[in-house]
Design a protein around this ligand. Structure first.
Ligand SMILES: C[S@@+](CC[C@H](N)C(=O)[O-])C[C@H]1O[C@@H](n2cnc3c(N)ncnc32)[C@H](O)[C@@H]1O
Length: 283
């Protein structure tokens, strides 16, 4: 993918991004604890790849409700600290609540735009960003900022979605929300803009990282079909829109997602595909 494609102008501007995520924050807080196990399956390979160890200072960019910041904090104790950052204050309130509930004390929260980090050079040993870099208009600029605040040789790890077609539930949500709510399918373009093989690798190199490596992580979850397992993903993606549309639209959405997933039903279980991409680089 070319640098021009990576910085595709379909990304909404910063204040639109902030407003959008502020409106979604209460849905993220509502579901954060219940999806923590699933989140852990994504966090483990990311944190393993960075070889986190006690004493490391870690910066988590676009932390949302605390993934992977909370898991990282456990790995760097004792002696290490995680600074969890996000553009949206309400997300950080959720991280503080979760850290308190989990008894995690070596974690600090700071509101920060990853395009302009409020930290001195060489402040951190590691940086993480899970499902965040795609929302930044100038992704390469943000990665340069991350490199600036890492010690020389410090490492970054990023996780993004692969192509949307490779993640069954997101394809189903896109189709159902288009049909029931009239959501413009392009809303689903930018979250997947680093999905192509080599796109993250190219962005990290363009930002000056070396020893860059990118790989696919594929999961094949099998989920009992007796409940609407998509509820967290649906509400975290479209909660404000569904809230406005009302209960009837919500029921229609569930029905449409069920129809979309019918081909994946086998012996009372949904057999799904998930594709995320993991890239690491050294400052
Ligand atoms: C998909 S969520 C990912 C949250 C978390 N890392 C996770 O994986 O669960 C994207 C997050 O990016 C944040 N975000 C968007 N633009 C940002 C920016 N310029 N700087 C920092 N955070 C940003 C949003 O507020 C939101 O919390």
């Amino acid at each position: 993918m070319t640098q021009r494609a990576i910085t595709d102008p379909v990304i909404p501007d910063k204040e639109e991004v902030r407003a959008e995520w502020t409106s979604r924050a209460r849905y993220w807080d509502r579901w954060a604890d219940q999806v923590a196990d699933m989140a852990g399956r994504f966090n483990a390979p990311l944190l393993d790849a960075l070889e986190l160890r006690p004493g490391h200072n870690v910066l988590d960019l676009a932390c949302g409700t605390g993934e992977p910041a909370l898991s990282a904090a456990r790995r760097v104790a004792p002696g290490g600290l995680v600074v969890a950052t996000d553009l949206v204050r309400a997300m950080l309130d959720s991280v503080r609540r979760r850290a308190g509930d989990l008894g995690i004390a070596n974690l600090a929260c700071e509101q920060a735009d990853m395009e302009r980090l409020p930290f001195p050079d060489a402040r951190f040993d590691r940086a993480t960003c899970r499902f965040g870099i795609m929302f930044v208009p100038d992704a390469i600029g943000a990665l340069r900022e991350a490199r600036r605040v890492l010690v020389p040789g410090g490492r970054i790890g990023l996780l993004v979605w692969g192509p949307i077609e490779d993640t069954t539930i997101m394809t189903a949500i896109r189709a159902a929300s288009r049909k029931v709510l009239g959501v413009d399918g392009r809303q689903f373009d930018h979250p997947f803009r680093f999905g192509a093989d080599g796109a993250l690798d190219a962005a990290l190199r363009a930002a000056g990282f070396h020893a860059v490596a990118e790989r696919a992580l594929r999961f094949a979850p099998e989920i009992p079909a007796d409940r609407p397992f998509w509820q967290p993903m649906l509400e975290m993606t479209l909660g404000p829109r569904i809230g406005e549309a009302g209960a009837q639209a919500r029921a229609q959405l569930d029905g449409e997602i069920r129809a979309q997933l019918a081909g994946n039903l086998d012996g009372g279980r949904y057999r799904l595909q998930v594709h995320v991409r993991l890239a690491t680089g050294a400052a």
